[in-house]
Design a protein around this ligand. Structure first.
Ligand code: AMP
Length: 218
């Protein structure tokens, strides 16, 4: 099964992607995580990506598309995958279609996470992530047991630089300008499944799984 998960920053797409990865044994490909790992490692890709990420802008398509094309060639993708944070532009979506079509493949479904703007701003400002394993927390909704320490691996739990309020505004603008049009792009292919994540993430997951069942994917 090849899935995409789409949603605004702070919609909870990362958390849902983790759920689907574990339950359905999928590779989880988060372009944001790949960029952050490169930034941490000081690689040329990381140095280039950082200037865009810190400004709440998108990393250029050419860089991102090549990075994903390489990642999809790795062995673990054979079992199926969930793309989290990619595609984010129509050009990326078209490039993905081409990559897959070369092997006679296609995306099976796009999980679209729906959340109101006001909810997003509150969630993102409270979000904290583990520097070591990437686990996501929220100071209000899902605090760590010990402040600043990851429950899963004991790593440092911090606020992402791009979760600061000024950058969140810019990221939301970028999302509406570049990524929202993808909903239409995939709706025309009839592969969108919506989940309402304004309240209970469990309800959102149920809606998404019901959509996958209706398409005989699970
Ligand atoms: P995320 O963790 O998915 O919110 O991604 C963090 C940041 O990485 C985004 O705000 C972008 O600057 C950059 N990024 C992640 N995925 C992409 C993508 N598919 N295309 C361009 N930039 C991306």
């Amino acid at each position: 099964m090849k899935l995409i998960i789409l949603g605004a920053p702070g919609s909870g797409k990362g958390t849902s992607a983790t759920y689907f990865r574990e339950k359905y044994n999928l590779a989880h490909i988060s372009t944001g995580d790949i960029f952050r790992a490169n930034i941490k490692g000081g690689t040329p890709l990381g140095i280039e990506a950082k200037t865009y990420i810190d400004a709440g802008k998108l990393v250029p398509d050419s860089v991102t598309i090549n990075m994903v094309a390489d990642r999809l060639k790795e062995d673990d993708c054979k079992k199926g995958y969930i793309l989290d944070g990619f595609p984010r532009t129509i050009a990326q979506a078209e490039a993905l279609d081409e990559m897959l079509a070369k092997n006679g493949e296609a995306i099976d479904a796009v999980l679209s996470i729906v959340v109101a703007d006001e909810t997003i701003k509150g969630r993102v400002s409270g979000r904290r992530v583990c520097e070591k394993c990437g686990e996501s927390y929220n100071v209000t909704f899902r605090p760590t047991k010990v402040e600043g320490v990851c429950d899963s691996c004991g790593g440092n739990v911090v606020q992402r630089d791009d979760d600061k309020p000024e950058t969140v505004e810019a990221r939301l603008k970028t999302y509406y300008a570049n990524t929202q049009p993808l909903i239409d792009f995939y709706d025309k292919k009839g592969i969108i499944i919506e989940g309402d994540n304004n309240n209970d993430p469990a309800v959102c997951r149920e809606q998404l799984e019901a959509g996958l069942k209706a398409k005989n994917l699970i």
